[in-house]
Design a protein around this ligand. Structure first.
Ligand code: GLU
Length: 456
C-alpha cells in the first residue's frame, strides 16, 4: 500500500511554526515510505479564509523545501460531494434531522453552564420519524453502548465510550457541511492512509473514526503530535511573539535551520543534533515523536541557525548581501576577502549585514558615542602623527600597516592599543571591530586616509 499523508491547513492565518512542523512530519513520513505528501487547503470558512493566507502557506512551505505532490486540493470545491454524503447517511438511518432551534440549543447550553456540567445535545430528535417543514440540521446517530478505539501511532491506544460523544452535526441548516464531515470525506477522496496532526484534534478523531465506520470506509491510521508549548509551559499562541514562518524568513533565518529545529522539536534520534533533509527522510519515524509537549526555545533555534550560518560558502554570502548593498564595483575576490573576515565574527545573516555596513556604505559611517570619545580623548598631535605615518605606507597590506602603527606607538611611548583605537574609531565608527590592520587593508589606503582625515 502506498502511504499518502497530507497537510490540511485552514487559510485563516500565516503559516506558523506549529503548522510547519506538522507539514514537515507528514512530508518526512511520506518520503521515508516512498509515498505521497499532499496539500489540502481547508477553506470552507469563507469569512475567515483568505487567498493571501493560502499564498503565504505555499510560499513558505516551498521556502522550507516542503514541496507537496500533485495539485493542491481546495476543500470548498468538494462541498457538494460532502452534502451528498450527509444525505446518504440520512437515508441509511445513520444520521437524522434535528429541528432544535438556536434558542433551544442556547438555553440548554446556558443551563449546563449554570449547573457546571459540560453541555451535550440531548439527542431529542434521534428517533423522531416525522418530517417537518422547519429548518433542520443533520446529526450523526452515534452508535451507542459501544466503544471507539483509537490506536494512535504516537499516543498509543485510547478508548472512548460512545455514549459520551455528542450526536454531532454534519450538515448545517444552510446545507453546508461541517468540518467534521468535510475532513473525513476529503481524506477518503484523497486516499489518505496516515493522518498526522496536532493533538488538539484528538477529540475530533473519535467522531471522525465513527464517520469513517458509518460510511463503510477503511479508517486511516492516526498520529497525534503533542502541541508546541512556550518555554514557560503554556500553549504557544500569537501572544508569544510572531511565530510565523514568514517572520523568520524576513529575519533572514536559514530554512534548513528552521527545519532542523522543528524536526528536533518533538522528535529525536539518539543524541544526533543536525540532520540533512536526506538524513531526516531516512531516519524519521513516528516512534521517535515524544508524547509530551515540546517547548519552543528561541535561543536554541538561534544556535541552530548559527550552526548553519557558519557553513554558508562565501559565494552564497555574496549573493545574500547583494540585496542589501550595491556591490557592483567590488570584485568577487575582494568580497570574499571581506566576508572571510566578517563571516566568523557574525552570529547570523542579519548580524553580518549590520557588521559589514561600514565597509560598504562609505559615506554613511555612524559613530558610536564610545568611538567619538576615543577620538576626542586622543591628543591632536598623536592623531597627526598617525595620519602622516599611514600616508607614508608604501605597500598597503595588513602586516605593513601593523608595523607602522607599532612604530608610532613605540616612538610616542604609547601602547599599541592607544594608537590603534582612534584609527579604528575613525574608519569604522565603532570601538570594536575585526583586526584593524585587516580592515584598513580592505578599505584601501585612499579610502582609509580619507575617513581618518575627516574624523581626526
Ligand atoms: N484544518 C485543520 C487545522 O488547520 C486541520 C485539520 C486536520 O489536520 O485534520 O487545524
Amino acid at each position: 500500500m502506498t502511504i499518502v499523508t497530507r497537510f490540511a491547513p485552514s487559510p485563516t492565518g500565516l503559516l506558523h511554526i506549529g503548522g510547519a512542523r506538522t507539514a514537515l512530519y507528514n512530508y518526512l513520513y511520506a518520503k521515508k515510505n516512498k509515498g505521497k505528501f499532499k496539500l489540502r487547503i481547508e477553506d470552507t470558512d469563507k469569512e475567515r479564509s483568505k487567498d493571501s493566507f493560502s499564498k503565504d502557506i505555499y510560499e513558505n512551505m516551498k521556502w522550507l523545501g516542503l514541496e507537496w505532490d500533485e495539485k493542491v486540493i481546495y476543500q470548498s470545491e468538494n462541498i457538494s460531494a460532502h452534502v451528498e454524503l450527509a444525505e446518504k447517511l440520512l437515508k441509511e438511518n445513520k444520521a437524522y434531522r434535528c429541528y432544535c432551534t438556536k434558542e433551544e440549543i442556547e438555553n440548554a447550553r446556558s443551563k449546563a453552564k449554570k449547573d457546571k456540567k459540560p453541555y451535550r445535545y440531548d439527542r431529542k430528535y434521534r428517533d423522531f420519524k416525522d418530517i417537518l417543514n422547519k429548518p433542520y440540521v443533520i446529526r450523526v446517530k452515534i452508535p451507542l453502548n459501544t466503544k471507539t478505539v483509537l490506536n494512535d501511532k504516537i499516543l498509543g491506544k485510547i478508548v472512548v465510550n460512545n455514549n459520551e460523544l455528542d450526536d454531532f452535526i454534519i450538515l448545517r441548516t444552510d446545507k453546508t457541511p461541517t468540518y467534521m464531515l468535510s475532513v473525513v470525506a476529503d481524506d477518503k477522496l484523497m486516499g489518505i492512509t496516515d493522518v498526522i496532526r496536532g493533538d488538539d484534534h484528538l477529540t475530533n478523531t473519535f467522531k471522525q473514526l465513527i464517520l469513517f465506520n458509518l460510511l463503510g470506509w477503511k479508517t486511516p491510521s492516526f498520529s497525534h503530535i503533542p502541541l508546541i508549548h512556550s518555554k514557560e509551559g503554556s500553549k504557544l499562541s500569537k501572544r508569544h511573539g510572531d511565530l510565523s514562518v514568514k517572520q523568520y524568513k524576513e529575519n533572514k533565518y536559514l530554512p534548513e535551520a528552521l527545519l532542523n529545529y522543528l524536526l528536533r522539536l518533538g522528535w529525536g534520534y539518539g543524541d544526533k543534533e543536525f540532520f540533512s533533509i536526506e538524513e531526516a527522510v531516512s531516519l524519521f519515524n513516528l516512534k521517535g515523536v515524544g508524547k509530551s509537549p515540546a517547548k519552543f526555545d528561541q535561543k536554541k533555534l538561534d544556535n541552530v541557525n548559527n550552526y548553519y550560518y557558519k557553513k554558508i560558502p562565501l559565494e552564497e554570502l555574496i549573493k545574500i548581501i547583494k540585496d542589501y548593498y550595491n556591490i557592483e564595483n567590488y570584485t568577487e575576490d575582494y568580497l570574499k576577502k571581506l566576508l572571510l573576515v566578517f563571516h566568523e565574527r557574525s552570529e547570523n545573516i542579519t548580524d553580518l549585514i549590520e557588521n559589514i555596513n561600514y565597509m560598504l556604505k562609505e559615506k554613511e559611517i555612524v559613530f558610536s558615542e564610545q568611538a567619538s570619545n576615543i577620538i576626542k580623548s586622543t591628543k591632536k598631535e598623536v592623531l597627526n602623527i598617525i595620519f602622516n605615518s599611514l600616508k607614508n605606507v608604501d605597500a598597503w597590506f595588513a602586516p605593513n600597516i601593523e608595523n607602522t602603527l607599532k612604530k608610532v606607538a613605540n616612538d610616542l611611548e604609547l601602547k599599541l592599543f592607544n594608537v590603534a583605537a582612534p584609527v579604528r574609531a575613525a574608519v569604522t565608527g565603532k570601538s570594536h571591530s575585526p583586526s584593524i590592520f585587516k580592515i584598513l587593508e580592505l578599505l584601501g589606503q585612499e579610502n582609509a586616509l580619507e575617513r581618518i582625515k575627516k574624523s581626526f
